[in-house]
Design a protein around this ligand. Structure first.
Ligand code: GCO
Length: 486
């Protein structure tokens, strides 16, 4: 998810995605093997390539095998909350198609798969009894990845809070951080073989879109509540890290933040100070407590009485050493004091979300983080784009997505060349899936999903990724089993 609602662009100078001589064929999304090989050679052999999903967006099966309702199940029932009136009761039905989907992931040649664990599937009420069937599902998932030689990168909280916890205050209640800690410890102890665990995905989205603008679950509109939520998410993260470490988990532990460089829409002083504030609210509000043990003063001043209550010791808990930091990058943000969305020049390419394609922002962001913080190794845990794909004759020629991915991978390489310790890159997303308040209307996948019959069809971007990762494989034909997986 991008960080700000005011994003857009008036940049006349947006750099071409791929140098003209190397630009993939616009019609078919075909890219020369030479281009792919050259790009690949900019990354070390140990660099981790993966694809990413989240539980609520793909699993379906919301009321089977003891899963409890989540806040997103509830939110989907509010008239008008989801633009197309859809829900995720079925979505990709991944829960029932696990083995075939794992084969599909393996056929792409990736080294890692980033998925999330649905808290209400493993603990229906968010406290008390554990749900054996839910735990078994994730055990099968992790075992299946291991059997295929793919590293399991799990996220514990990708927004699907058990509804029962919301009923007792949700993340605005400090107790939810303690419940989260119990859940984290249980998962880390009871599911063997997870290579990396991220505590929370995009706390800014949970706090701000869920509790200030209210466009995401649970749909609350109150800034003070949103800021309490942000603090409790960070506290829950810190408590969970301590608990997982002390219970003997030996994989890598981290957190995932969504970040966009914030640029002033114009050179005016007003826009510049707005950009500084938005940078504070979206980036420094999370990075400073995690890596400096303090909330940024300018943001605290701005919040005044909406600042969250912070108890003695909280910041020490939050600033636990991390094994890695995950960054989700989609676009940049443009800040304007007037609040008016900036106009886009005709040269600016927008995705189907209306987000500016701005790959150089990824390099800029990574260099800035390196400059300002003492960082652990970094991973791009999400990067990708929604476009209006069409399927014709069993093929999806998603040339804009191919260009987007290649340009951002090149931007990641630029950051590495300039000293950033970047260890991996995950495409968002493996599948077209339930895109939150946009429902099923936005397609982010490199694999197309037909929501009528649930058939999976790798798009050109998936075939490109496979060729990028496994250059010896047949560059044209899909691997057997890749098409027509049920
Ligand atoms: C996010 C979420 C994803 C979104 C993606 C596109 O990080 O925002 O992890 O669930 O689907 O970002 O908006």
């Amino acid at each position: 998810m991008k960080a700000l609602s005011s994003s857009g662009s008036a940049t006349p100078d947006a750099a071409p995605l791929v140098a003209a001589t190397e630009r993939p064929d616009a019609a078919r999304g075909a890219v020369s093997a030479q281009h792919l090989a050259r790009l690949r050679s900019r990354f070390g052999q140990d660099f981790l390539w993966g694809v990413a999903t989240s539980a609520f967006q793909i699993e379906g099966a919301v009321a089977v095998d003891g899963r409890g309702p989540s806040i997103w199940d509830t939110f989907c029932r509010i008239p008008g909350a989801i633009v197309d009136g859809s829900n995720s009761d079925v979505s990709c039905d991944h829960y029932h198609r696990l083995e075939a989907d794992l084969d599909l992931i393996a056929s792409l040649g990736v080294g890692a798969y980033r998925f999330s664990i649905s808290w209400p599937r493993v603990q229906a009420l968010g406290r008390g009894a554990w749900n054996r069937a839910g735990m078994d599902f994730y055990r099968r998932l992790v075992d299946g990845l291991q059997q295929r030689g793919i590293a399991a990168h799990a996220t514990l909280y990708h927004w699907d809070l058990p509804q029962a916890l919301q009923d007792s205050g949700g993340w605005a209640a400090r107790d939810t951080a303690l419940r989260f800690c119990d859940y984290a410890q249980h998962v880390a102890r009871e599911i063997d073989g997870i290579a990396a665990i991220a505590t929370v995905n995009e706390p800014w989205v949970v706090a701000t879109l869920g509790h200030e603008s209210g466009i995401f679950a649970p749909g609350i509109r109150n800034r003070a509540t949103a800021m309490r939520v942000s603090h409790h998410l960070l506290l829950g993260h810190g408590l969970a890290l301590q608990a997982m470490r002390s219970s003997g988990y030996r994989g890598a532990l981290g957190i995932v933040l969504n970040q966009s460089p914030v640029h002033p829409a114009t050179d005016s002083d007003a826009d510049r100070s707005r950009a500084l504030l938005e940078d504070g609210l979206t980036i420094r509000w999370y990075m400073d407590p995690l890596f400096r043990g303090a909330y940024p003063h300018d943001v605290l001043d701005h919040l005044g009485s909406d600042a969250p209550p912070v108890e003695e010791g909280d910041l020490r808990t939050i600033a636990q050493p991390l094994d890695y930091l995950g960054i989700n990058y989609y676009t940049r943000s443009l800040a304007s004091a007037s609040g008016e969305p900036p106009q886009h020049g005709p040269q600016v390419e927008l995705t189907d979300m209306g987000w500016e394609v701005y790959p150089q922002g990824l390099t800029e962001l990574l260099l800035r983080l390196k400059r300002d913080y003492a960082l652990p190794p970094l991973y791009i845990t999400e990067n990708g784009a929604a476009f209006r794909d069409t399927i014709e004759g069993g093929q999806v020629h998603d040339a804009p997505r191919v260009r987007y991915l290649l340009a951002h991978i090149a931007a990641a390489a630029d950051a590495i060349d300039r000293g950033v310790d970047l260890r991996g890159y995950f495409v968002w997303s493996l599948f077209d899936n339930f895109e939150w308040a946009s429902g099923l209307s936005k397609r982010f996948g490199i694999v197309h999903v037909d929501y009528q019959n649930l058939q999976r069809t790798p798009k050109d971007s998936a075939l490109m990724l496979r060729q990028f990762l496994r250059p010896c494989a047949d560059p044209v034909a899909a691997p057997s089993g890749l098409r027509d997986t049920p």
